[in-house]
Design a binder for this molecule. Structure first.
Ligand code: PMP
Length: 398
């Protein structure tokens, strides 16, 4: 069989499991009201939780950043790509999370995926190290753990007792407990205070991926650290900047020695071109909004939309795991049925894509509804009514 035919067989097998993924082309800014493939749609699938991706101040700062610093960085951070804007952003981010960390310093990245690879390979680059990874962790944490030379143990979702037993039994020279704060496909929160107490007792690092918490959790948007009031030298914090911050990129904040080790050793940091400095300049505007009065108002509106969806959705056949965050899953079960529900909503102008394995466990295909401060109460009511009606008439319509 020739090379292309072999690949086509693989693609056919993916399709036969209803697992083929299709991209849609969006012609407008990432606001809830989009034009997709030329058609107006109302989206409930972006991670732009505060609606900053289309915020005039952030867009203006991006323009200004391009005028000041040009289009690209031209090199990696350790050669000549580390711009003034990157440096100011790192200082601002370190200050933003400073109430929660000891001797904090921040390091910026092009993406959260790379930040996680960098963090885990730098801290776990030792065969005697052990990584304790939560079973529902994001793919980038799983891949980072695979890339590190440490051995990996997976503990069941939110199971602090199981984690305690693993830490108790471990003789590793370095222990890293690694978790999402807000689980990306379920929206629930990890029991971080209990986990931090365990980590302190066992001399372990607690590595928190706050991709979905940074900007949305806490009175000032300082994420899971602020929400839970965590404070410890054992904390290593990763926040993404392409979700609530509305631009792109990520950062790791931790004790300055952790950051220095990453600069010296983390290959996903060292061997890649720095992000365009204009993005860092735009992010300074985003962080100002997140930490200010406007950010607080946007978070309050988002919370009222979450409460509204919760009270207006009346589903019996499809399950809704408890979630108090902007991520509101509706578990459908089979891949084919989830695809079908997503398609029916799409026909009505509502964009809520189906999420299937391997992103979620087998037989838990789901709609992942995400809410944003840019949604209105009428829009949330429209989604709830459409889903209630779809479920009520599901059997007859099949
Ligand atoms: N961690 C989590 C929990 C995520 O959901 C994501 C993105 N979906 C990432 C990390 C990766 O971040 P980025 O998109 O900036 O690469």
């Amino acid at each position: 069989m020739d090379l292309i035919s072999k690949l086509n067989l693989k693609l056919k097998a993916i399709d036969e499991q209803s697992l083929t993924r299709r991209r849609r082309v969006v012609d407008t800014p990432s606001a809830p009201r989009l034009v997709v493939d030329g058609r107006p749609m109302l989206a409930f699938c972006s991670n732009d939780y505060l609606g900053l991706a289309a915020h005039p101040r952030v867009i203006e700062a991006l323009r200004e950043g391009a005028s000041l610093y040009g289009a690209g960085s031209g090199a990696s951070h350790l050669i000549s790509g580390h711009g003034r804007a990157h440096d100011l952003l790192e200082e601002r981010l370190a200050e933003f999370v400073s109430p929660y960390l000891e001797s904090p310093r921040a390091l910026s990245f092009c993406t959260g995926y790379m930040a996680n690879l960098a963090m885990l390979t730098a801290l776990g680059d030792d065969p005697d190290a052990e990584i304790f990874s939560e079973s529902l962790n994001h793919a980038s944490l799983i891949d980072g753990a695979r890339l590190a030379r440490a051995s990996v143990k997976v503990y069941p979702h939110a199971d602090v007792e199981a984690l305690a037993a693993l830490l108790e039994a471990s003789n590793a020279s370095t222990k890293l407990v690694v978790t999402d704060s807000v689980f990306s496909m379920d929206g629930d929160l990890a029991p971080l205070p209990e986990m931090l107490a365990l980590c302190e007792r066992h001399g372990a690092w607690l590595v928190i991926d706050d991709a979905h918490g940074f900007g949305t959790l806490g009175a000032q948007g300082r994420g899971a650290l602020e929400h839970f009031g965590l404070r410890s030298p054992n904390l290593v914090y990763m926040g993404t900047l392409g979700k609530s911050a509305g631009v792109g990129g990520a950062f790791v904040a931790a004790h300055e020695s952790v950051i220095e080790l990453m600069i010296q050793r983390a290959r996903p940091y060292i061997f890649t071109t720095a992000a365009p400095p204009a993005l860092a300049h735009a992010l300074l505007a985003s962080i100002d909004i997140i930490g200010g009065e406007e950010g607080a108002q946007r978070r309050a509106h988002l919370q009222s939309l979450i409460a509204q969806l919760d009270s207006e959705l009346e589903l019996a056949r499809w399950q809704r795991p408890a979630s108090t965050t902007a991520i509101q899953p509706v578990i459908i079960g089979s891949n084919a049925e989830a695809m079908c529900v997503g398609a029916r909503l799409y026909e009505q102008g509502l964009w809520v894509p189906a999420i299937r394995p391997p992103t979620v466990p087998l037989d838990t295909a789901r709609l992942r509804i995400t809410l944003s401060a840019a949604h209105t109460h009428d829009e949330v009511a429209q989604l709830a009514a459409a889903l209630n009606e779809l479920e009520r008439t599901w059997d007859e319509s099949q």
